[in-house]
Design a protein around this ligand. Structure first.
Ligand SMILES: [Zn+2]
Length: 307
């Protein structure tokens, strides 16, 4: 049986919000078992708090925003991905502004800080959301499919009609090691052409070459270039890992994503939660016993190749 985890001690960081452009201070505190990931606005009266679950999502067009009628916290996805990737179940994030700091546009700094603080094993079992029937949601040419699988695997493909990106595909089983080494460092990206339009809408006000890969007509504008030749699709994987953590528990499924973004990810999470016969809670250890049970009880005919 796997047990829940939190941080051993609080970590603090300051930075600029990617969209709001404001300087924010953030402190991530350890939290009790079964409390989940919560965000608290320390700059507002009463220090209101909200749990990072699907029910509390209020917008996910350009970034994932949670909150209530009275307050919001936006661009939570890279921090959520760091929690999911390191297997942190419980934490309270205190923040003195409306947006999680962008740092370098990836989850690398959060991962570094969490590892530096250390992780504490807690007494309660981890509960997984195990997909037991295929389910998919699509919109125009974008699609997200959940398939039964004994672990968490993401297969993401993108296809941007731009010479720097074009078609990219990244497929990996998401373990702590894969996440740290191959995904956490991938930065968010944007097109220089779109910046003006985003600014008009009050978005990307804090974006710079320090916290995003900026793409010009023919090339990447950042002097240091890319961190991976396929950094763009790896960042999409980072985004979906963060968005899927809004389920409130780690997922056990093969997730096939085609050209999707935060908006469809949130709709997919909603569709999965609503399709109650497509998943179940499970606290079983992912080992031989689970794999053989997966074959016996869950696997569709011919699914052996998926392992
Ligand atoms: Zn992102």
């Amino acid at each position: 049986m796997k047990l829940q985890r939190t941080l051993k001690k609080p970590v603090e960081v300051q930075g600029i919000g990617l969209h709001c452009g404001a300087k924010v201070s953030m402190k991530v505190n350890p939290a009790k078992p079964d409390s989940g990931i919560r965000f608290r606005r320390t700059d507002l009266a009463g220090k209101p708090e909200v749990r990072a679950t699907l029910d509390n999502v209020i917008n996910c067009i350009h970034a994932t925003t949670i909150g209530t009628e009275d307050f919001r916290v936006s661009t939570i996805e890279h921090l959520m991905a760091a929690f999911a990737g390191l297997g942190i179940d419980n934490a309270t994030v205190e923040i003195d502004g409306p947006e999680v700091p962008a740092m370098d546009g990836s989850a690398a700094i959060f991962v570094f800080l969490f590892k530096d603080a250390g992780l504490k094993i807690q007494g309660s079992p981890r509960r997984f959301i195990e997909v037991i029937r295929p389910i998919s949601i699509e919109e125009n040419d974008k699609k997200v499919t959940f398939l039964p699988h004994h672990s968490f695997l993401v297969d993401f493909s993108i296809d941007f009609p731009h010479p720097v990106i074009m078609a990219q595909r990244f497929k990996a089983e998401i373990t702590r090691k894969t996440f740290e080494k191959r995904i956490a460092k991938a930065r968010t990206f944007g097109f220089l052409k779109e910046v003006e339009m985003l600014h008009k809408n009050g978005l990307a006000l804090g974006a710079s070459l320090e916290n995003a890969v900026v793409i010009g007509d023919q090339s990447v504008l950042n002097h240091e270039g890319l961190r991976f030749s396929d950094e763009f699709v790896r960042h999409k994987v980072l985004d979906i890992i963060g968005d899927l953590y809004l389920l409130g528990a780690p997922i056990r499924a093969k997730v096939v994503a085609e050209k999707s973004g935060h908006d469809l990810h949130c709709k997919a999470v909603k569709a999965l939660m609503a399709a109650r016969s497509a998943w179940r809670y499970s606290d079983s250890f992912v080992g031989e016993a689970t794999v053989s049970r997966w074959h016996r009880d869950i696997a569709p005919a011919g699914a052996g190749a998926m392992l």
